[in-house]
Design a protein around this ligand. Structure first.
Ligand SMILES: Nc1ncnc2c1ncn2[C@@H]1O[C@H](COP(=O)(O)OP(=O)(O)O)[C@@H](O)[C@H]1O
Ligand SMILES: [Mg+2]
Length: 363
């Protein structure tokens, strides 16, 4: 059973990696011949632990978070485009920590960085490092940094960095995570190496659980907070996209007011549900209206020209493809919003705000 699960995991990991492979990663595989056996093995391991991808998320897809976006652009776009700006004492940021409640767009923002930056992007999850590479993790980390330096300018994104942290000195910190962490520290200091063009970006939902040593390594710490009114309005629009709807600007405004406390991910879940409402309405409709173009749209019985018929009946008459979904309405949103609650609790928010006062910076 275990073996079966293990091989299944391997297949999944391999498939994902193959899909996301980029030219850079290919170059590395070609280049391993001269690097000795062990290194080749590690790099092969790295290749399956790291996703070097260009996801298709643009700056403009990320709602709100203006100052976080600006700071990241400062760190990843300008130094690559205009290296002459950053000479002497003026250095770009080298280590960023994005923190905030879950579902606020930290991983999403990192994807935007990967898409928009002209750098090689390495994405690694700390829990993966811990679970899949027991014993070899720290060598993996040093190889990761080396690969990043060789393909500079590059960005290393470490998601869920908190999983590497147990409070230092407490018995619960595993030997493996301690060693990985130390290796990350050493690499970030880049003693004797040219670390100039490697940016380390990390994200966490629980910044207060990071130990002091990790916290200190990330000199730029940005709070990714819950979206404000304007950002929520923008998110409803973005997630709805060009789906047929009859919402007005003021509908979007009132949706934003109604969704106080929602995270970006809450809003995306809400809209996903709303998008299905027209399908449900059509499935359950007892009456349809035939349009001038010969299309069938569900309607209420009070419609003068309504025909008493169901979707299944229409399909049985060979009219399946003539059935049209009704537009999304404000009341579809009301129905879904009435049963959805924000996922981020008040107490979690307070913890983040306290951390921000002490160590952070508003994003
Ligand atoms: N600021 C945002 N702008 C647009 N979409 C967002 C934003 N924040 C969250 N989302 C939506 O919620 C989903 C989950 O966000 P994610 O980045 O995974 O959250 P986390 O902060 O926990 O890493 C994203 O894939 C996106 O669809
Ligand atoms: Mg995340």
């Amino acid at each position: 059973m275990h073996l079966y699960l293990l091989s299944l995991t391997m297949i999944v990991v391999t498939t994902i990696t193959m899909r996301f492979y980029q030219r850079r990663a290919e170059e590395f595989r070609v280049g391993v011949d001269d690097g000795g056996r062990e290194r080749a093995k590690l790099r092969a391991g790295l290749n399956s632990a790291i996703v070097s991808e260009k996801p298709n998320v643009k700056w403009s897809d990320v709602a709100g978070l203006e100052s976080a976006k600006q700071a990241l652009q400062e760190a990843v776009i300008l130094p690559v485009k205009f290296p002459q700006f950053f000479t002497g004492k003026r250095l770009p940021w080298r280590a960023f920590l994005l923190y905030g409640p879950p579902g606020t767009g930290k991983s999403y923002l990192a994807k935007a960085v990967a898409t928009e930056a002209d750098s090689t992007f390495f994405s690694v999850s700390s829990s993966d490092l811990l679970s899949k590479w027991v014993g070899e993790s720290e060598k993996l980390v040093s190889n990761l940094f080396q690969m990043a330096r060789e393909s500079a300018p590059s960005i290393i994104f470490i998601d869920e960095i908190d999983s590497l942290s147990g409070q230092r000195g407490e018995g619960n910190e595993s030997e493996a995570s301690r060693r990985i962490k130390n290796e990350i520290f050493v690499q970030m200091q880049g003693v004797g190496t040219n670390n100039d063009k490697v940016l380390v970006l990390a994200a966490t939902n629980t910044p207060y659980s990071l130990d002091q040593a990790i916290r200190r390594r990330f000199d730029k710490r940005i709070y990714i907070s819950l979206p404000d009114l304007k950002a929520r309005q923008h998110m409803f629009k973005v997630h709805l996209g060009d789906t047929h709807n009859n919402l007005t600007e003021s509908d979007f405004e009132s949706l934003a007011r109604q969704s106080e406390g929602f995270s970006g991910s809450d809003i995306s879940v809400c809209v996903k549900d709303v998008l299905l409402e027209p399908v449900r309405k059509t499935r359950d409709a007892m009456h349809f209206l035939k349009t001038r173009e010969g299309l069938w749209v569900p309607c209420g019985p009070e419609q003068p020209a309504a025909t008493l018929i169901t979707m299944q009946d229409l399909a049985a008459q060979g009219l399946a493809e003539k059935i049209c979904l009704p537009p999304i309405t404000r009341s579809d949103f009301n129905k879904i919003l009435a049963r959805q609650r924000p996922t981020v609790s008040k107490s979690d928010l307070e913890l983040h705000e306290r951390f921000t006062k002490e160590f952070g910076e508003e994003g």
